[in-house]
Ligand binder design. Structure first.
Ligand SMILES: [Zn+2]
Ligand SMILES: [Zn+2]
Length: 171
């Protein structure tokens, strides 16, 4: 069962419909793409009939992602909060191009919002995560985590890979 279904008949009658769901980490919606959720994801959407087959969906998504620090590779929990706006246009109804945030739907009884929600999250997820803004990362020579340990590698000792390159250039 998809939990993010919009009843189009109801939308036609009421003009505006709320869609709310608490999506578990194993919801089929997350099968495509990389979504390391650490817990359920809250989705609160408000769909409004904008006339001529256009539906505007606004709302908020929030959850927690289990990520990895890009510098020290330690696990980090990152709060994800995103305000979403998506526009749905009836298929064949207009000449809309592939605009960002614009989705095409068939005029059936229901509109499945899950793929739009997935797309919007993928676009919003920050690809660069650090555990702390001043994370020292790993030593580029011995790999020790410099936040928690120290090593005897001298910081001004050039990386051996660069040293090899320089030697080539000087020839
Ligand atoms: Zn880190
Ligand atoms: Zn080291």
């Amino acid at each position: 069962m998809t939990m993010l279904r919009l009843d189009l008949n109801r939308l036609g009658r009421e003009g505006s419909v709320q869609v709310e769901a608490e999506l578990p980490v194993d919801a089929p919606l997350w099968d495509e793409g990389d979504f390391p959720w650490a817990g359920p994801v809250g989705v609160k959407l408000q769909a409004s009939n904008a006339g001529s087959g256009e539906i505007v969906v606004r709302g908020a998504i929030e959850g927690v992602l289990a990520r990895e620090c890009r510098r020290c590779l330690e696990p980090v929990l990152v709060r994800f909060e995103h305000d979403l706006t998506a526009v749905f246009v009836e298929s064949g109804a207009s000449d809309t191009e592939d605009d960002e945030g614009v989705y095409v739907y068939d005029s059936s009884a229901e509109l499945d919002l899950s793929s739009a929600v997935r797309e919007e999250i993928l676009l919003a997820v920050d690809p660069y995560v650090v555990c702390e803004s001043d994370c020292l990362g790993l030593c580029s020579i011995c790999g020790v985590n410099r936040n928690t340990g120290s090593c005897s590698c001298s910081s001004d000792e050039p990386d051996p890979r660069w040293e090899a390159l320089r030697a080539l250039k000087e020839k």
